[in-house]
Design a protein around this ligand. Structure first.
Ligand SMILES: Cc1cc2nc3c(=O)[nH]c(=O)nc-3n(C[C@H](O)[C@H](O)[C@H](O)COP(=O)(O)OP(=O)(O)OC[C@H]3O[C@@H](n4cnc5c(N)ncnc54)[C@H](O)[C@@H]3O)c2cc1C
Ligand SMILES: *[C@@H]1O[C@H](CO)[C@@H](O)[C@H](O)[C@H]1NC(C)=O
Ligand SMILES: *[C@@H]1O[C@H](CO)[C@@H](O)[C@H](O)[C@H]1NC(C)=O
Ligand SMILES: *[C@@H]1O[C@H](CO)[C@@H](O)[C@H](O)[C@H]1NC(C)=O
Length: 402
């Protein structure tokens, strides 16, 4: 059944290993090349939504095996001294689960990444670490990839899953800087607070003057959290910050005195990461010849609506279903067939992801508004959050469930 059509995947982050298993299930022979030498503990967490979980659920046994923290409710708190307390509460994730079969699941990024990599390897996917793609060349029936270490490999086509700083993207469309959104996040993992009626099954948003804090569970005993602040440009990086800066943030940041569990989460953080938030203007095209982009390489976003990884999974579902439709025997497709597939893929995906990138940016700006008038307006909009439920439901449902 296997056609041995070799497909090269650049990047073994979140999208790479999942795309590889989907391709393998269609009869292709994927090989994944990753810049890093192996798994890392970098990063904080991701929130898997119904659309993303739906795509993962097609991979037998994967979703059931994921370590995560199920989210049943969304809570919105104000931490303003003039107006402290709960703004609103919704059981939207529970409704989503009832409607679509999938709700929301918080996962630690490093644990989730490890589980995806182990799953792909168990399905026989070959992953090659320590290979940074630095160049791409193509002709009528193949693509050759050059690596930083001087090696090369040739396959039928190439999927660029190499993230925010994608060299695959640069090789197609040239270098262009990511756009700093003006916001940075400080994030970490902490034991779930055990005091003050802390709701372990909620995704909790807490709003202050010019600041926002979010937390959700990543397993039985841990919560991840992230504080959004306005700051001069911070180089985007998922590394942990230095010990002294961590201690200072834990003991002396404004967040240490916030209620709703925030102070406790910050104070007991096990590791603290700081990163700038970036996105990019939308591309008009995500492919050229036999090369196509997916995930952050195609549409990096700021994280405020939690759709980054979920949109990467939607990319995978559509791209592979088009491959199945237009190239059912999984032989090496001629370039005109690939052009049909990649063009159809873009036609659906570019408008959808562009709208979500813009929406995430808007949410980010709303999260850090300062001044009484703006905060009041924001408070009120969250008091009325239930009016937006239908819009939010549709956003999370997306292509994969429609
Ligand atoms: C270490 C790390 C930690 C992260 N932590 C978080 C987090 O806590 N919260 C959050 O919201 N998002 C995080 N992200 C981003 C998040 O994973 C993505 O936004 C999203 O899941 C989409 O996945 P992706 O596969 O497109 O991109 P990514 O998950 O970023 O994966 C891209 C992969 O490609 C590799 N790569 C890059 N360049 C090359 C190259 N030239 N050749 C070969 N491989 C290459 C990278 O090392 C990476 O493994 C993190 C990303 C990384 C790399
Ligand atoms: C929860 O996650 C943390 C961080 O990854 C880990 O150290 C801990 O062992 C996990 N606990 C459980 C009960 O799985
Ligand atoms: C922060 O607080 C902890 C204990 O609560 C203390 O051990 C540590 O020295 C403090 N660090 C700083 C930089 O204040
Ligand atoms: C909302 O936030 C503002 C800004 O601090 C605050 O003064 C106000 O009391 C809050 N509540 C309402 C109902 O606007």
């Amino acid at each position: 059944m296997s056609s041995h059509t070799k497909v090269i995947i650049a990047g073994c982050g979140i999208a790479g290993p999942v795309l590889a298993v989907y391709l393998k299930n269609l009869g292709y022979a994927p090989i994944v090349y990753e810049r890093l030498d192996g798994l890392t503990t970098s990063g904080v967490s991701l929130c898997l939504q119904p659309n993303g979980l739906h795509v993962l659920s097609k991979l037998t046994g994967l979703v059931e095996s994921l370590e995560g923290g199920p989210v049943a409710r969304l809570l919105y708190h104000s931490a303003l001294p003039e107006d402290e307390g709960l703004l609103s509460e919704t059981d939207l994730p529970t409704k989503l689960k009832k409607t679509y079969g999938f709700g929301m699941l918080g996962v630690e990024r490093a644990t989730f990444h490890r589980q995806l990599v182990e799953y792909a390897e168990k399905q026989g996917v070959q992953i090659v670490w320590g290979h940074q793609v630095v160049g791409v060349e193509q002709d009528d029936d193949s693509v050759t990839v050059k690596f930083h270490n001087g090696k090369t490999d040739t396959g039928s086509f190439l999927a660029g899953c190499d993230g925010l700083h994608s060299n695959t993207r640069i090789s197609l469309f040239g270098k262009e800087e990511a756009t700093f959104t003006g916001l940075v996040q400080v994030g970490g993992l902490s034991p779930t607070p055990t005091t003050g009626n802390f709701d372990h099954h909620a995704l909790i948003n807490v709003y202050g003057n010019g600041k926002h804090f979010i937390t959700y569970p990543v397993n039985e005993t841990q919560n991840s959290w992230a504080a959004t602040l306005q700051e001069p440009e911070a180089k985007e990086s998922w590394k942990h910050i230095e010990h002294d800066a961590q201690e200072k943030f834990k003991n002396n940041s404004d967040f240490s005195s916030w209620g709703a569990g925030v102070g406790e989460l910050v104070h007991h953080a096990e590791r603290v990461t700081k990163y700038g938030l970036y996105d990019r203007p939308e591309l008009q095209q995500w492919h050229m010849g036999r090369v196509v982009l997916l995930g952050d390489a195609a549409h990096p976003t700021s994280p405020h609506i939690g759709q980054g990884a979920n949109q990467a999974f939607e990319d995978i579902a559509l791209l592979t279903s088009l491959l199945q439709k237009h190239n059912p025997d999984a032989k090496s497709p001629p370039t005109d067939i690939l052009t049909t597939i990649f063009t159809e893929y873009e036609r659906t995906r570019i408008p959808r992801t562009a709208a979500l990138v813009e929406e995430a940016r808007k949410q980010g700006e709303l999260r850090v508004v300062s001044g009484v008038a703006a905060c009041k307006e924001r408070n009120d909009s969250y008091r009325e959050i239930h009016r937006q439920e239908e819009t939010i439901m549709k956003r999370y449902a997306g292509l994969a469930l429609s």
